[in-house]
Design a protein around this ligand. Structure first.
Ligand SMILES: [Fe+2]
Ligand SMILES: [Fe+2]
Length: 159
């Protein structure tokens, strides 16, 4: 792996951990409003993001490469209603997808076959992440039209 790609992966570890921060904050927001199911849904999401970061870190380690644990700023976003974090999540996942695609592009340009192979998992994972985020918005709209927020929260708790 080139130093160029190693640095991008180092930044990606930070982005994944920042995603975990963001989802923990969203989980907190729902918990603060008594929505335990949605709280649990986002906590699981946050744990997945930590796993994404660890997977990148392990990959560097396997290659005998070191990395810095870069600082993570707290999320500054505040939410006005229960739908907003769901939309924000989808937007955020789209940004992460573009970062993963950039990593893949660089790996290809550098003929780094091992990294390409490794990154393929993240490419598929992002398809799933965006689908899950879009599904949550769909569920919210569906339940709000029919049974209301508690039914939505109950459904989110089933993840
Ligand atoms: Fe992630
Ligand atoms: Fe994600």
């Amino acid at each position: 792996m080139t130093e160029n790609l190693r640095k991008l992966v180092e930044v990606q570890i930070n982005k994944e951990l920042w995603s975990a921060y963001l989802y923990l904050d969203i989980a907190r927001f729902y918990a603060a409003h008594g929505l335990a199911g949605t709280h649990s849904w986002f906590k699981k999401q946050a744990h997945e993001e930590v796993e994404h970061a660890e997977k990148f870190a392990n990959f560097l380690h396997e290659l005998g490469l070191d990395y810095q644990v870069l600082p993570i700023a707290g999320p500054e976003k505040t939410f006005k209603d229960f739908r907003e974090p769901l939309v924000f999540q989808l937007e955020h996942e789209k940004v992460v997808t573009s970062l993963i695609h950039n990593l893949m592009k660089v790996a290809k340009e550098e003929n780094d076959y091992a990294s390409e192979e490794f990154l393929r998992w993240y490419v598929s994972e992002q398809v799933e992440e965006e689908a899950n985020a879009a599904e949550a918005i769909g569920l919210y709209d569906f339940y709000m039209e029919k049974e209301g927020i508690m039914a939505f929260d109950h459904r989110m708790g089933k993840r």
